[in-house]
Write a protein that binds this ligand. Structure first.
Ligand code: NAI
Length: 354
């Protein structure tokens, strides 16, 4: 790796905050990547493993640093005794299944070095089949298909309960009837949310870059499909980003025509200032890592001393919903963005243990 690729000022700032960053390297399989451990004050690090094509090491490292940091905040807000970590594996542009298998095998060998300090599972690029392969060679795998429930279902459930809290706080009623919800991204989480919202009588406006996904949802529910490039500007009560991150930017925020933003996608705010922009416009933003933390609650439940329990996860989800209401109330009381309130609350929890 050329030192030049890692010399950006942005990265040095991000590094300062991390406990450890491990460089993954294996000559035989050409494994390259990083495991970033952001903070373990509350417990061992947890975070998914992402395997995808990156232009260079700098881009991969930045992803690992950013995502592991977000996991620390998510764990603290969700009230679980874990810290933030993330692994990224740099896949070739075109990877055949055999190449992927050998990369993952080599990766499990490195996971052993972190025995008990980092637990990981599904993220971009990893399928259920890949998780089954990983868990054959590593004890650090969570989100195991045969042990717990589907993470996407719980991510959807937590967005849904955050939505109830947001509707209640903003409109004075958690009723979905007469309200319109714009869902961007109809994958595992987005399509599940369509079902939950339509069952409560909410009106759905949807978009996906994949027209097949739109057709699938149209067959199941009454929805109005709009172009994916314009859904954020639809007149709705709630805009729900459920595709990739970075939907809320200096360019898109002035175009929003909603009262609330509450969705599943990670890293919805392009920058911290975008949280301030939403607040200045009077749009209630439910911070992404708070809204989607149900996915995390469900996977870490596998690590509980008494094993996975659906009832326990449900109780934690109810607690998370109360945190959403508290964040909104605090934001109003001090006239500060919800994103800042959530960050401060999380920091108070994970920094107190230093
Ligand atoms: P997915 O990959 O099943 O679905 C994403 C959907 O977004 C796909 O249908 C894709 O075609 C669509 N999409 C991509 N770019 C788009 C664009 N520009 N406009 C419109 N649609 C676009 O992913 P999944 O599992 O549903 O997750 C959705 C989001 O929630 C992701 O950001 C993920 O990181 C986050 N999340 C997921 C959790 C989970 O357990 N699945 C847990 C917590 C967060």
């Amino acid at each position: 790796m050329s030192p030049q690729t890692l010399s950006s000022a942005d990265l040095s700032g991000a590094f300062a905050d991390h406990e450890a960053v491990i460089l993954l390297h294996d000559e035989a399989t050409d494994l390259r990547g990083f495991i970033a451990i952001h903070n373990t004050n509350l417990g061992p690090a947890v975070g998914g493993t992402r395997i995808r094509y990156y232009k260079n090491e700098s881009e991969a490292l930045e992803d690992a640093l950013r995502l592991s940091r977000a996991m620390t905040y998510k764990c603290a807000i969700a009230g679980v005794p874990f810290g933030g970590g993330k692994a990224v594996i740099m896949a070739p542009k075109h990877m055949n299944p055999r190449e992927k298998q050998s990369l993952l095998r080599a990766y499990t060998k490195r996971l052993k070095l972190l025995d008990g300090h980092f637990y990981t599972g599904e993220d971009v690029g990893l399928s259920e089949k890949d998780i089954e392969l990983l868990e054959r060679y590593s004890d650090a795998i969570i989100g195991r298909p045969k042990v717990g429930d589907l993470p996407a279902r719980w991510a959807a459930l937590s967005v849904y309960s955050a939505l109830e809290a947001a509707l209640e706080e903003h409109f004075g009623s958690a009723s979905f009837e007469g309200r319109t919800f714009g869902i961007k991204g109809l994958g595992n989480v987005g399509s599940e949310l369509c079902g939950l919202i339509s069952a409560r009588g909410g009106t759905l406006v949807v978009a996906d870059i994949d027209s097949e996904r739109v057709r699938k949802v149209q067959k199941l529910y009454k929805v109005r499909a709009v172009p994916h490039s314009r859904i954020h500007a639809e007149a709705v009560d709630v805009f729900m980003p459920c595709a990739l991150g970075g939907d809320l930017t200096a360019k898109t925020i002035p175009q929003l025509r909603c009262a609330i933003v509450c969705g599943a996608a990670n890293n919805q705010l392009a920058t911290k200032e975008d949280g301030h922009r939403l607040h200045a416009r009077g749009i209630l933003y439910i911070p992404d890592y708070v809204a989607n933390a149900g996915g995390l609650l469900n996977v870490v439940a596998e690590l509980h001393a008494r094993g996975y329990s659906r009832t326990r996860v449900m109780a934690q989800l109810r607690k998370l919903k109360r945190s959403v209401s508290e964040i909104i109330v605090e934001s109003r009381k001090h006239n500060v963005p919800t994103s800042d309130v959530a960050d401060a609350l999380a920091e108070k929890r994970f920094r107190i243990h230093t």
